[in-house]
Design a protein around this ligand. Structure first.
Ligand SMILES: Cc1cc2nc3c(=O)[nH]c(=O)nc-3n(C[C@H](O)[C@H](O)[C@H](O)COP(=O)(O)O)c2cc1C
Length: 171
Protein backbone atom coordinates (compact mmCIF):
# COMPACT_ATOMS: atom_id res chain seq x y z
CA UNK A 1 0.00 0.00 0.00
CA UNK A 2 1.53 3.32 -1.02
CA UNK A 3 0.90 6.53 0.89
CA UNK A 4 -1.98 7.70 -1.31
CA UNK A 5 -3.71 4.35 -0.89
CA UNK A 6 -3.30 4.62 2.88
CA UNK A 7 -4.57 8.21 2.93
CA UNK A 8 -7.65 7.12 0.98
CA UNK A 9 -8.17 4.09 3.19
CA UNK A 10 -8.55 6.24 6.32
CA UNK A 11 -12.03 7.49 7.00
CA UNK A 12 -13.95 8.64 10.04
CA UNK A 13 -15.23 5.56 11.83
CA UNK A 14 -18.39 6.16 13.84
CA UNK A 15 -19.29 2.57 14.65
CA UNK A 16 -17.03 0.26 16.64
CA UNK A 17 -16.93 -3.45 17.33
CA UNK A 18 -16.08 -4.70 20.79
CA UNK A 19 -12.96 -6.49 19.53
CA UNK A 20 -10.14 -5.24 21.76
CA UNK A 21 -7.22 -3.39 20.26
CA UNK A 22 -4.02 -5.40 20.67
CA UNK A 23 -1.46 -3.78 22.97
CA UNK A 24 1.31 -4.11 20.34
CA UNK A 25 -0.84 -2.26 17.81
CA UNK A 26 -1.60 0.44 20.35
CA UNK A 27 2.08 0.91 21.13
CA UNK A 28 2.84 0.99 17.39
CA UNK A 29 0.32 3.79 16.87
CA UNK A 30 1.74 5.76 19.78
CA UNK A 31 5.26 5.36 18.40
CA UNK A 32 4.06 6.60 15.00
CA UNK A 33 2.72 9.66 16.84
CA UNK A 34 5.85 10.14 18.92
CA UNK A 35 8.03 10.72 15.85
CA UNK A 36 5.76 13.44 14.44
CA UNK A 37 7.40 16.77 13.65
CA UNK A 38 6.57 19.93 15.60
CA UNK A 39 7.55 23.57 15.42
CA UNK A 40 11.14 23.92 16.69
CA UNK A 41 10.78 20.28 17.79
CA UNK A 42 9.17 21.47 21.06
CA UNK A 43 6.63 18.57 21.04
CA UNK A 44 4.01 20.47 23.07
CA UNK A 45 1.62 17.56 23.47
CA UNK A 46 0.24 15.15 26.03
CA UNK A 47 -1.99 12.19 25.28
CA UNK A 48 -4.45 10.83 27.82
CA UNK A 49 -5.26 7.28 26.78
CA UNK A 50 -8.63 6.25 28.13
CA UNK A 51 -9.74 2.61 28.21
CA UNK A 52 -11.39 2.57 31.61
CA UNK A 53 -15.21 2.23 31.35
CA UNK A 54 -15.90 4.74 34.09
CA UNK A 55 -13.62 7.38 32.58
CA UNK A 56 -15.01 6.78 29.08
CA UNK A 57 -18.51 7.25 30.49
CA UNK A 58 -17.43 10.54 32.06
CA UNK A 59 -15.90 11.71 28.79
CA UNK A 60 -19.03 10.76 26.89
CA UNK A 61 -20.89 13.43 28.88
CA UNK A 62 -18.74 15.97 27.00
CA UNK A 63 -19.65 14.54 23.58
CA UNK A 64 -23.03 12.87 23.69
CA UNK A 65 -23.04 10.77 20.51
CA UNK A 66 -24.01 7.14 21.01
CA UNK A 67 -21.27 5.85 18.73
CA UNK A 68 -18.67 7.63 20.84
CA UNK A 69 -19.70 5.54 23.86
CA UNK A 70 -18.95 2.35 21.87
CA UNK A 71 -15.35 3.24 21.08
CA UNK A 72 -13.15 0.96 23.22
CA UNK A 73 -10.39 3.56 23.43
CA UNK A 74 -10.43 7.34 23.48
CA UNK A 75 -7.27 9.37 23.11
CA UNK A 76 -7.49 12.89 24.48
CA UNK A 77 -4.88 15.04 22.80
CA UNK A 78 -3.84 18.07 24.78
CA UNK A 79 -1.63 20.94 23.74
CA UNK A 80 0.74 22.62 26.14
CA UNK A 81 0.59 26.34 25.54
CA UNK A 82 3.51 26.94 27.90
CA UNK A 83 5.98 24.93 25.86
CA UNK A 84 4.66 25.42 22.31
CA UNK A 85 6.69 27.48 19.87
CA UNK A 86 5.48 31.05 19.32
CA UNK A 87 6.41 33.02 16.24
CA UNK A 88 7.78 36.59 16.57
CA UNK A 89 4.29 37.96 16.03
CA UNK A 90 3.05 35.82 18.91
CA UNK A 91 1.28 33.11 16.91
CA UNK A 92 1.03 30.02 19.10
CA UNK A 93 1.64 26.80 17.14
CA UNK A 94 0.05 24.39 19.63
CA UNK A 95 -2.93 23.46 17.48
CA UNK A 96 -0.76 22.85 14.42
CA UNK A 97 1.64 20.58 16.30
CA UNK A 98 -1.11 18.59 17.99
CA UNK A 99 -2.89 18.14 14.67
CA UNK A 100 0.23 16.56 13.18
CA UNK A 101 0.61 13.95 15.91
CA UNK A 102 -3.07 13.11 15.59
CA UNK A 103 -2.77 12.75 11.84
CA UNK A 104 0.18 10.37 12.18
CA UNK A 105 -1.88 8.22 14.52
CA UNK A 106 -5.01 8.20 12.37
CA UNK A 107 -3.00 7.05 9.36
CA UNK A 108 -1.08 4.44 11.33
CA UNK A 109 -4.40 3.15 12.67
CA UNK A 110 -5.79 2.82 9.14
CA UNK A 111 -2.71 0.89 8.13
CA UNK A 112 -3.42 -1.51 11.00
CA UNK A 113 -7.11 -1.88 9.97
CA UNK A 114 -8.17 0.14 13.00
CA UNK A 115 -10.71 2.95 12.87
CA UNK A 116 -10.48 6.44 14.29
CA UNK A 117 -12.55 9.58 14.30
CA UNK A 118 -11.35 13.07 15.12
CA UNK A 119 -13.65 14.82 17.56
CA UNK A 120 -13.37 18.53 18.27
CA UNK A 121 -17.02 19.30 18.95
CA UNK A 122 -16.80 18.40 22.64
CA UNK A 123 -17.19 20.49 25.77
CA UNK A 124 -13.56 21.39 26.39
CA UNK A 125 -14.13 23.04 29.77
CA UNK A 126 -15.87 19.92 31.09
CA UNK A 127 -13.11 17.73 29.70
CA UNK A 128 -10.48 19.82 31.50
CA UNK A 129 -12.44 19.38 34.73
CA UNK A 130 -12.80 15.61 34.31
CA UNK A 131 -9.08 15.17 33.61
CA UNK A 132 -8.11 17.81 36.15
CA UNK A 133 -5.88 19.50 33.59
CA UNK A 134 -3.58 22.36 34.59
CA UNK A 135 -4.39 25.66 32.86
CA UNK A 136 -1.50 25.36 30.37
CA UNK A 137 -2.91 22.11 28.93
CA UNK A 138 -5.75 22.54 26.46
CA UNK A 139 -7.75 19.51 25.34
CA UNK A 140 -7.66 19.99 21.57
CA UNK A 141 -9.20 16.84 20.15
CA UNK A 142 -10.49 13.43 21.06
CA UNK A 143 -9.68 10.47 18.86
CA UNK A 144 -11.95 7.46 19.13
CA UNK A 145 -10.09 4.25 18.36
CA UNK A 146 -11.13 0.67 17.78
CA UNK A 147 -11.98 -1.90 15.15
CA UNK A 148 -14.71 -0.67 12.79
CA UNK A 149 -18.00 -2.52 13.24
CA UNK A 150 -18.74 -2.33 9.52
CA UNK A 151 -17.60 -0.87 6.23
CA UNK A 152 -18.29 2.85 5.71
CA UNK A 153 -21.86 3.29 4.46
CA UNK A 154 -20.96 5.83 1.82
CA UNK A 155 -17.26 5.81 0.93
CA UNK A 156 -17.86 8.48 -1.71
CA UNK A 157 -18.71 10.99 1.04
CA UNK A 158 -15.37 10.31 2.66
CA UNK A 159 -13.56 10.96 -0.63
CA UNK A 160 -15.62 14.03 -1.41
CA UNK A 161 -12.80 16.52 -1.65
CA UNK A 162 -12.21 19.74 -3.54
CA UNK A 163 -10.40 19.40 -6.84
CA UNK A 164 -6.72 20.33 -6.91
CA UNK A 165 -7.63 23.14 -9.31
CA UNK A 166 -9.71 24.71 -6.52
CA UNK A 167 -7.00 24.59 -3.89
CA UNK A 168 -3.66 24.96 -5.65
CA UNK A 169 -2.65 28.30 -7.08
CA UNK A 170 0.43 28.23 -9.28
CA UNK A 171 1.93 31.68 -9.13
C1 LIG B 1 -10.25 19.02 13.18
C2 LIG B 1 -11.38 18.03 12.97
C3 LIG B 1 -12.46 18.01 13.83
C4 LIG B 1 -13.47 17.06 13.68
N1 LIG B 1 -14.48 16.99 14.61
C5 LIG B 1 -15.42 16.05 14.48
C6 LIG B 1 -16.44 15.92 15.47
O1 LIG B 1 -16.47 16.62 16.47
N2 LIG B 1 -17.37 14.94 15.30
C7 LIG B 1 -17.36 14.10 14.20
O2 LIG B 1 -18.22 13.23 14.11
N3 LIG B 1 -16.40 14.21 13.24
C8 LIG B 1 -15.43 15.16 13.36
N4 LIG B 1 -14.44 15.25 12.42
C9 LIG B 1 -14.43 14.33 11.27
C10 LIG B 1 -14.80 15.05 9.95
O3 LIG B 1 -16.18 15.29 9.91
C11 LIG B 1 -14.34 14.16 8.79
O4 LIG B 1 -12.94 13.99 8.85
C12 LIG B 1 -14.69 14.76 7.42
O5 LIG B 1 -16.11 14.83 7.25
C13 LIG B 1 -14.13 13.94 6.26
O6 LIG B 1 -14.57 12.59 6.36
P1 LIG B 1 -13.54 11.40 6.49
O7 LIG B 1 -12.73 11.61 7.75
O8 LIG B 1 -14.40 10.17 6.59
O9 LIG B 1 -12.65 11.40 5.29
C14 LIG B 1 -13.43 16.18 12.57
C15 LIG B 1 -12.33 16.20 11.71
C16 LIG B 1 -11.31 17.09 11.91
C17 LIG B 1 -10.10 17.06 10.99
Amino acid sequence: MNFLELAKKRYSVRSYSDKPVEEEKLQYLLECGRVAPSAANYQPWKIFLVKDDEMRAKLSTTYGRNWFKQAPIVLVFCGDHLTAWKRNDGKDHTDIDVSIIIDHITLAAAEQDLGTCWICNFDAASCSGILNLPSNLEPIAYLSLGYPAKEPEDPSRHLNRKELSEIVHYI
